[in-house]
Design a binder for this molecule. Structure first.
Ligand SMILES: *Cc1c(COP(=O)(O)O)cnc(C)c1O
Length: 236
């Protein structure tokens, strides 16, 4: 595929995803503007990722900091980068200035390192706590019981805003099977939010991927993270 064909493919796929998003919003009586599509570019080159802003997508996600660094150097500065994967403390200094939202904070130690660096860089770091709702051993994240405690502990850290929660549902052929996970994450948010200082605006739910984003929207997702549905077969 040449660049024009890749662009056309992306335009068609985006249109179809957008239709599905709008339909899910209608079914659940939600407003489209209350939900953000994050295009997960981890499987494609910077050249392919660079086609997205001109197609109206400015929120891009990477799960590895190094990949975020290298793509962000090649893409326009107005892209909002989302770090959606595991984050090591020794990468915080370089990643912080490039990143709009850190989705997968899973320990007090990591939040402390982010806060410390944010103070040093005189910026506000915005983070979500990753919760392993389903309890799958292969998945990262805090247990539902630990989330509230960690949220309280890190809410007092300087230059850090805890904006909400993130989860990855287990893969199921039938996305309906993921619904209880998304409901549980929403209920956790609703329980914790009133206990935190309102300056955190603890309102976000990052949940839903290619296989299950419609169900996630119906259950209140404010960020969906979509890779495969956009980029399958476009790896270079
Ligand atoms: C890769 C990835 C996604 C995108 O998954 P798809 O099924 O390809 O849409 C979403 N979230 C995280 C954390 C990922 O690593």
């Amino acid at each position: 595929m040449n660049a024009d064909e890749v662009r056309e493919t992306l335009r068609e796929r985006l249109a179809s995803i957008e239709q599905r998003i709008v339909a899910a919003c209608q079914r659940s009586r939600r407003r489209r503007e209350d939900m953000t599509l994050v295009a997960v570019t981890k499987t494609v080159s910077a050249a392919v990722a660079a086609l997205l802003p001109s197609l109206g997508i400015r929120d891009l996600g990477e799960n590895r900091p190094q990949e975020l660094w290298s793509k962000s150097a090649e893409l326009p500065k107005d892209v909002r980068w989302h770090l959606i994967g595991h984050f090591q403390r020794n990468k915080v200094d370089r990643t912080l200035p490039l990143t709009h939202l850190i989705h997968a904070v899973d320990s007090v130690r990591l939040a402390e390192a982010i806060s410390k660096e944010a103070v040093k860089q005189q910026r506000i770091a915005e983070v979500l706590l990753e919760c392993n709702v389903s309890g799958e051993e292969s998945k990262q994240g805090l247990t539902p019981n630990a989330v509230a405690e960690v949220a309280h502990k890190i809410a007092g850290l300087p230059s850090l805003r805890v904006r909400g929660l993130m989860t990855m549902a287990p893969f199921h052929d039938d996305p309906e099977q993921c619904r209880p996970v998304f409901v549980a994450l929403r209920q956790l948010r609703d329980r914790i939010a009133p206990q935190l200082d309102s300056s955190h605006r603890f309102a976000e739910l990052s949940m839903g991927m290619t296989n299950d984003f419609e169900v996630a929207i119906e259950e209140g997702a404010t960020f969906i993270r979509v890779g495969t549905a956009l980029f399958e077969g476009l790896s270079s």
